[in-house]
Design a protein around this ligand. Structure first.
Ligand code: NOJ
Length: 943
């Protein structure tokens, strides 16, 4: 077991390494539900829940785990020690660590517990905190660490437990309920009827020890398939309590509210724990703790003015129970001032207990430290945050070209058109259907004329067929996943019989890179990749995925690495897309369905196969927001809904919502009617086009938010609690959000027939309607009118929002367009904002080719100043941008004294200003036209 607790920047103070478990003697002590296991059907889940029940029911319960004080050592901020488990059979855990055990069925899999999640999920932040200190007494040891030594870990020896404190107050408790459990390795005892030879005495059948249920230890069957479990039971579990914290967020991916529900008892509780076992869940349902396609075992807990978090670094199937316990301080207080403890219980089928603890105190501190550990989100190419037009399928290269022309004709901006599986020659990836995609290069060239791109799908299943060099090489080079008998694994997916590339294998990654070279896959640099089905989805596999006893590179069982599988596939594709031709290095764009902690470094994700109904539209934001606070903000949902045909008002509302998804793509199932925006007819096409243009106008603000996420892990859609961690009554809000640091507060309509929404105003700042500058002020809910053509979108006073207002066909064509700066004056008459710009495609920004500006309006002066540090390419880049200027400055909430102003001073020159007086509830505003200032330079405009 390893426990690490990072201070916010420099990590880590504390490690407790459980190096061995010795044996001691002991005291007597709508979805197809049927396709997926409930907790009761997953042996280790049931066992661990039963263990928790037994502990709760036993007044004298003590976890049978104790830290042996004489094994403790402290060096350079690292504490190591051995924890002993008291058990009632002879266990072999220490032997297992050394590989000295016998596995069943002559299995060739590794005998140790899987200990390589770190090499995929972690990229930094593991430096030890040198100024940490340890002090010990007979019962416990205390480690002091973190900034100004304000964090403490108090480790009690027997039973083993840890209290994590900040400023002397306990924030997180490990093993508070005594549920820590590590199922030790043991040999299978044959409990069959013994053979009796003539004349011999009958040997008694060994009995199952009291209190043990062996029924799921040695094999498990589900849906007609049997898991051979060569290592027997080996689950790990721990209870983690957040005292005084009422809300917990995170552990995506689930369809449900941001604030996680209880899973055992309580009103509205789920009956099963939240499950993390990446799976292709067909027609998933709302508000459920069922697993979905991705897993990030990172949880944040929130109470007034404090945020803390834990990252449970384990890639095996995991379940998390949540209980909230209310405790009234004073029986007369009628609930006021009552305190809630959130008690969680984590269990994984195999692997290690390896937990990282984050002590905040702010949400930003937690997401920054988590990002430092698992990596910040990739800074995408700019086109990738514009609009993507997808469906299953565009049927031919002519079809693609036709859609492309029609989008242009209707003046509907889009950047990327997508090809689903049908573009291939009989589902053989890296090929084109010879009848329908006769000229892929011509198609790519047409798109390139408008600086548009194509994304093509490439899945991890490789068709098992003759005359397909990709599969022949996969087999001859032995780069596929194996079955339990060590033969190449065969299962069913889109192509029929298939094999799966094993991207845990470095040789497989190397081979995969070669497949994307232009010489191997006919295409051009404006082609990018979509990785789907990478949970992996196997149509005839248990729970639609791979058998757990399959074997990966280095003989690790699939069981141990399942939740990492999708990440490793995207990693291989990312590597392949970095440099398809020598010297042509570009930021890759890869969309993934399956993910794990760390996937954010490699691309975007989407929420999979949603449905064209209002419930699924509403579910998108909580899911995307939750992903964002869990380190993976480049997220979106299929606009329009994947299954089914959306009514036109649903489609229109969905585009308005999608304009606020970090990843914005329309997509539809093969059986649905075509629904490109120009087909909707008026007024819908016009309204959808307006939503798309809004996204394009705000691309500078979105790109700046992505940049911020890429350097400090701050989510792009920021939920209320994240921005207002003191406002406890509103922590659960998950249907409105701020966009980055722009001050834009959106609450897109997600309910049928709504003509207004109630937006929660969190403070006393003035807020303006984005479109007509109607003013809203005063904390609490305000009704904002929202007829079909209107997106409820406010601007918080005090911000400056960068935009580009000239409508174009694609974001690439906007590259040299001038900016509009919207100065939204706050209560103090001031405003500030940021802008980040670079070439939007290469890695030159890493050597200084970017512009990073701060805009400030104060005392009647708007000034632009530099935020960037100079690098090798800075001057050259700024030179290329010298003709890109500001064409308009709009001041919202302009003072009425400006009514008589005809001009403003810009350096030695002047620019005209136009004033618009306040009207009804709508604020006064002014516009400065063409101030002739460059975006990359310092300047001042005096009003
Ligand atoms: C499943 C994906 O979730 C969906 O988006 C895609 O269209 C189909 N696979 C076909 O590739």
């Amino acid at each position: 077991m390893r426990v690490s607790s990072p201070p916010s920047y420099q990590w880590t103070a504390l490690f407790v390494l459980l190096s061995a478990f010795c044996t001691l003697f002991t005291p007597a002590v709508s979805v197809k539900y049927e396709n997926f296991k409930t907790c009761d059907q997953a042996g280790f889940c049931k066992r661990n829940r039963a263990y928790a029940d037994e502990a709760a029911a036993t007044s004298s319960w003590k976890a049978p785990f104790a830290l042996a004080p004489d094994t403790l050592s402290w060096k350079n901020g690292q504490l190591k020690g051995t924890i002993l488990k008291t058990i009632n059979t002879i266990g072999e855990t220490e032997k297992r660590q050394k590989g000295e055990i016998e596995l069943r069925h002559n299995s060739k899999v590794r005998k140790e517990r899987y200990n390589e999640v770190e090499s995929w999920a972690i990229v930094g932040g593991l430096g030890l905190s040198r100024n940490a200190a340890e002090s010990r007494d007979a019962e416990k040891t205390t480690v002091t660490y973190g900034p100004d030594g304000k964090f403490e870990a108090v480790i009690t020896f027997a039973p083993f437990g840890i209290d994590f404190k900040r400023d002397s107050a306990t924030q997180i408790k490990f093993n508070d309920r005594g549920l820590i459990n590590i199922e030790q390795w043991r040999p299978k005892i044959d409990r069959g009827v013994p053979e009796k030879k003539e004349g011999e005495e009958e040997t008694p059948v060994p009995e199952v020890p009291a209190g043990e249920d062996e029924s799921t230890w040695w094999d498990e069957s589900f849906g007609g398939q049997t898991d051979s479990k060569p290592k027997g039971p080996e689950s790990v579990s721990l209870d983690i309590t957040f005292p005084g914290y009422e809300h917990v967020f995170g552990i995506p991916e689930h369809a449900g509210p941001l604030s996680l529900r209880e899973t055992r008892g309580g009103t509205g509780a789920h009956t099963d724990p939240y499950r993390l076992y990446n799976a292709d869940v067909f027609e998933y349902i709302m508000d459920s703790s069922m697993t979905l396609y991705g897993a990030i075992p990172f949880m944040q807990a929130q109470k007034k003015d404090s945020t803390v978090g834990v990252f449970w670094m384990n890639a095996a199937e995991t379940w998390i129970d949540i209980i909230k316990e209310k405790e009234a301080h004073n029986p007369l207080s009628l609930g006021i001032g009552s305190k809630t403890d959130t008690k969680t219980h984590w269990f994984s089928e195999s692997g290690l207990i390896d937990v990282f603890v984050f002590l905040g105190p702010t949400p930003k501190d937690v997401t920054k430290a988590y990002g430092e550990l698992t990596g910040y989100t990739q800074l995408p190419q700019e086109f990738a945050i514009a609009y993507h037009q997808c469906r299953w399928n565009y049927n031919s290269d002519e079809d693609v070209k036709d859609v492309d022309r029609k989008m242009s004709k209707h003046q509907i901006p889009y950047d990327v058109i997508w090809l689903d599986i049908e573009y291939t020659d009989e589902k053989k990836y890296f090929t084109w259907d010879p009848l329908t995609f006769t000229n892929p290069i011509g198609m790519l060239e047409q798109l390139d004329k408008s600086d548009r791109k194509l994304v093509a799908i490439i899945d991890p299943h490789i068709k098992n067929t003759d005359n397909y060099p990709v599969v022949s090489e996969l087999k001859s080079k032995d780069l596929a996943v194996h079955n339990k008998d060590g033969n190449i694994y065969e299962g069913w997916c889109w192509p029929g019989s298939s094999h799966w590339i094993d991207c845990f294998n470095p040789a497989a990654i190397k081979w995969w890179i070669g497949l994307f070279k232009y010489s191997a896959f006919t295409s051009l640099p404006n082609l990018f990749i979509w990785n789907d089905m990478n949970e992996p989805s196997v149509f005839n596999g248990p729970e639609t995925t791979m058998p757990k006893d399959n074997i990966h590179h280095d003989n690790w069982e699939h069981r141990d690495v399942h939740n990492l599988n999708g990440l490793t596939f995207v990693n291989a594709t990312y590597q392949a897309m970095l440099e398809r031709k020598k010297g042509e290095i570009r930021r890759p764009f890869v969309l993934t369905r399956s993910f794990y902690a760390g996937s954010q470094r490699m691309g975007a994700m989407w929420t999979g196969d949603n449905q064209a109904n209002w419930d699924h539209l509403a579910a998108g934001f909580p899911m995307i927001i939750n992903n964002g606070i869990s380190g993976f903000p480049f997220a979106g949902a299929d606009v329009g809904g994947f299954f089914g045909n959306p009514e036109k008002d649903l489609l229109t509302r969905w585009y308005q919502a999608g304009a606020f998804y970090p990843f914005f793509r329309g997509h539809a199932h093969i059986d649905t009617r075509r629904r490109e925006p120009y087909l909707a007819g008026e007024p819908y096409t016009g309204i959808i086009t307006q939503a798309l243009r809004l996204r394009y106008a705000l691309l500078p603000a979105w790109y700046t938010a992505f940049h911020e996420a890429s350097v400090n892990g701050t989510p792009i859609l920021r939920p209320h609690y994240f921005v207002y961690p003191s406002d406890e009554s509103a922590f659960a809000i998950d249907d409105q959000f701020f966009v980055g640091s722009t001050g834009l507060l959106a609450k897109p309509v997600v309910t049928e027939g709504a003509t207004s929404v109630d937006i929660y105003i969190p403070d006393s700042e003035v807020y303006y309607d984005y479109f007509d500058f109607e003013k809203y002020q005063g904390q609490g809910h305000k009704t904002v009118q929202a007829p079909l053509e209107k997106i409820p979108l406010l601007m918080q006073g005090g911000h400056i929002i960068p935009r580009k207002d000239r409508p174009r066909r694609s974001s690439g064509l906007m590259k040299w367009d001038p900016y509009t700066l919207v100065v939204v004056l706050g209560n103090e008459g001031t405003a500030s904002g940021k802008l980040y710009v670079d070439d939007g495609e290469t890695f030159d920004y890493q050597t200084g080719a970017f512009i990073h500006r701060s805009f400030n309006f104060k005392n009647g002066v708007l000034a632009s100043s530099n935020l960037g540090t100079k690098g090798k390419l800075t001057d050259k880049y700024i030179k290329t941008m010298k003709n890109v200027g500001v064409e308009r400055v709009v001041i919202v909430g302009a003072p009425k004294e400006w009514a008589s102003k005809a001009s403003v001073k810009v350096g030695g020159a002047e620019a005209g200003i136009e004033f618009h007086a306040e009207e009804g509830g709508k604020a006064a505003w002014a516009v400065v036209k063409n101030p002739k200032v460059a975006i990359g330079e310092d300047w001042k405009i005096e009003f």
